[in-house]
Write a protein that binds this ligand. Structure first.
Ligand SMILES: Nc1ncnc2c1ncn2[C@@H]1O[C@H](COP(=O)(O)OP(=O)(O)OP(=O)(O)O)[C@@H](O)[C@H]1O
Ligand SMILES: [Mg+2]
Length: 154
């Protein structure tokens, strides 16, 4: 686990960009932390780095939104999910996010801890803590066996 302090929203966007550099097709990234912690702000940075052109907003009312990507890393789609309103593990399982990412996509899952049982040990986790009005701490855990993300805890 490695922690990064983000002093403003732009820092959190930069953290998303930093993580995106390490993502490969099939990766699932669980984003945990309270309302307003910056999970969606972070997601905009990941999306920008993967070549998503449309605006990434909170998918709260749709649960999961696919975004087309333009990059040379084999990541064709970014699935951005928000499980805040999911009422059961079955409802989350029906989204089949684990299967959707298999070939050529990655998934960012806000409130993903609500369906922890679905992800298995092989996922990324970014745990957000609100330190102050504008300060957030982002604690990153990589899937087992993956190289550490250099440049994360700058
Ligand atoms: N360092 C920071 N990083 C990210 N956001 C920040 C920071 N400082 C202030 N903010 C503000 O906090 C809010 C974060 O909102 P965001 O929608 O990203 O939270 P969220 O974790 O996705 O919440 P939710 O659980 O409701 O989806 C924004 O209004 C943003 O401007
Ligand atoms: Mg959000």
């Amino acid at each position: 686990m490695s922690a990064r302090r983000c002093a403003n929203p732009a820092d959190t966007v930069a953290a998303g960009r930093a993580l995106a550099a390490w993502l490969v097709p099939g990766d699932v990234v669980v984003l945990t932390g309270p309302l307003g912690a910056g999970k969606t702000v972070f997601s905009t940075g990941v999306a920008a780095a993967l070549g998503v052109r449309e605006r990434v907003t909170s998918p709260t009312f749709t649960l999961v939104r696919p975004h087309a990507c333009a990059n040379d890393r084999g990541i064709v789609t970014l699935y951005h999910a928000d499980l805040y309103r999911v009422e059961s593990l079955d409802e989350a399982a029906d989204l089949a996010l684990g299967e959707l990412v298999e070939e050529s996509a990655v998934a960012l899952i806000e409130w993903g801890e609500r369906a922890e049982a679905l992800w298995g040990p092989d996922h990324w986790e970014v745990r957000f803590t609100i330190e102050d009005d504008d300060v957030r701490e982002l604690a990153l855990t990589a899937p087992p066996g993956r190289a550490p993300v250099t440049g994360w805890a700058a």
